[in-house]
Design a protein around this ligand. Structure first.
Ligand SMILES: [Zn+2]
Length: 485
């Protein structure tokens, strides 16, 4: 057997002592509770214990609460030298699927929604790499083919690299609970088609810095030598669906493992599990000798975002209110050259890190800014309360929204809340976070069922008894949250 890529679930990242209190109001839409204003059903936290009204529906039907950012990537090389496996694409062309045709079977144990997501991923890859109706890769239901792709419901996310004439004929991609999100499936299927991770490329040190001492175990951060690697003449791609994120497989999640070179860092995320990039598509077309055509490849987030802020270029029109001293909100400070949201007792500032009693760096790429607030020691108050609120947003479409954010707390006795409000929505809490003791960024996703064309704002309230709080990668998606970082 040849090499195998493992995209394991690292459970340790998910386990935390944080308590998430889940609050919701009711009515009916999609079978979920919604109130009379057409708002809300709150769902799903990957974290620890939470109280949830019995009317709620779990976003993760298996209750696994897997955080997809952690569902990544480990390579196990079994040491069979007969298979000459190369990175980023297999140089050995016998590892291509003959004719670009991939017969497949999907484990019958998948729930319908997971199966649909897997099929959607296969269809999207086919469509992305096709040109003028001429297919490059075709996924077909297996009938009698001797060698085929078997998509198996196991534990974690891991896949073989390329076509293999294995003994039992099956080339296995294991997609466990939490791995059936479309973008993760696409990542795994690119392994199956013959691709390794982007950071295995010979030229990667020109584009990323790697903190070798913070890599957990023997993960897939190695550069392969030039007899193995084939970059297919496609430039390095920091956005690639095959690139690791900044904190993937960190030994210490307080620090990134990998970040873009500073000249590439501003506004640049590292990897994603949303869609193939134009360069991902070009590599498949070149490996399989297909017509090269990326003109139809969509930007991965087109039409999927209502709001996004990674604080790379400021505070994105968040407004600041301070319940303790509203009149003070005009104060502005900045120590980074970015704008800031300030208050007398709590100052929201865009920081680049490292920050005393706060993050070493932002989450988006490990070398980026984030929004930071600390309780002043000289403010004479035992508790500082402050909030930031998004600009006015609109749901636009049916299907609800999903809020995703990265949160970093220093000081376990403080707590935080997410609220929703609007002209026709009474202000009401979506989440209360309490007692975060984990060191490092934590991601939360909150799915909210809202009627179309509804005006709303999201408010984040911090109640600090001590320490600081930081936010990064704040997204409001249409429908479902996507694994952007
Ligand atoms: Zn992988």
């Amino acid at each position: 057997m040849g090499s195998r890529v493992m995209d394991l679930t690292t459970v340790c990242h998910v386990v935390t002592t944080m308590t998430v209190v889940l609050l919701a109001v009711a009515v009916t839409s999609f079978g979920l509770p919604v109130n009379k204003n057409g708002v809300i059903a709150v769902v799903s936290s990957p974290w620890g214990s939470m109280t949830s009204p019995s009317t709620l529906t779990q976003e993760f039907p298996r209750g696994e609460g897997v955080v997809e950012e952690d569902n990544d990537d480990d390579v196990i090389t079994t040491g069979d030298e007969d298979f000459s496996v190369h990175r980023n694409a297999v140089r050995n062309r016998t590892r291509r699927w003959p004719g670009g045709i991939v017969p497949y079977v999907i484990d019958k144990a998948y729930p319908d929604a997971a199966r649909a997501s897997i099929l959607e991923a296969l269809a999207e890859i086919e469509a992305d790499v096709a040109s003028n109706g001429s297919k490059c890769i075709q996924f077909v239901n297996r009938t009698t083919e001797a060698n085929y792709l078997e998509i198996s419901l196991g534990v974690g996310c891991h896949s073989y690299i390329g076509f293999t004439e294995s003994d039992n004929g099956a080339v296995v991609s294991t997609l466990g609970p939490g791995c059936e999100k479309k973008g993760i499936v696409m990542h795994e299927i690119l392994h199956i088609l013959g691709f390794f991770h982007e950071q295995n490329r010979l030229d990667r040190d020109l584009y990323v810095d790697i903190n070798e001492t913070n890599i957990a175990k023997a993960r897939d951060f190695d550069i392969r030598n030039e007899t193995e690697i084939d970059d297919l003449g496609v430039p390095y791609d920091l956005d690639s669906i095959m690139h690791y994120g900044a904190y993937h497989f960190a030994q210490d999640y307080g620090y990134p493992v990998m970040s873009p070179k500073p000249e590439y860092a501003p506004g640049q995320r590292l990897g994603q599990r949303v869609a193939l990039t134009a360069r991902d598509v070009l590599k498949i077309q070149r490996l399989y000798g297909c017509p090269e055509d990326t003109t139809h490849v969509r930007s991965d987030l087109d039409d999927k975002l209502i709001m996004f802020c990674d604080f790379a270029f400021g505070t994105c029109n968040f407004t600041h209110t301070n319940p303790n001293d509203a009149a003070d909100s005009a104060e502005r400070t900045s120590n980074t050259g970015h704008d800031a949201l300030a208050a007398k007792d709590l100052k929201w500032t865009v920081k680049l890190g490292p920050v005393d009693n706060g993050p070493w760096s932002g989450y988006s790429n490990g070398i980026d800014p984030f929004l930071f607030a600390a309780k002043g020691e000289d403010d004479g108050q035992t508790v500082a309360v402050t909030s930031i609120t998004t600009p006015a947003l609109n749901t636009q479409e049916a299907g609800g929204i999903c809020i995703s954010l990265q949160l970093y707390q220093q000081g376990p006795s403080s707590f935080y809340s997410l609220y929703i409000l609007g002209p026709s929505i009474p202000r009401q809490p979506l989440r209360i976070y309490q007692g975060i003791s984990r060191y490092g960024w934590l991601k939360d996703e909150v799915k909210v069922s809202l009627v179309p064309n509804l005006d709303f704002q999201i408010e984040f309230v911090a109640t600090l008894h001590e320490g600081s709080v930081s936010i990064d990668d704040f997204f409001v998606f249409k429908h479902e949250c996507l694994n952007v970082s």
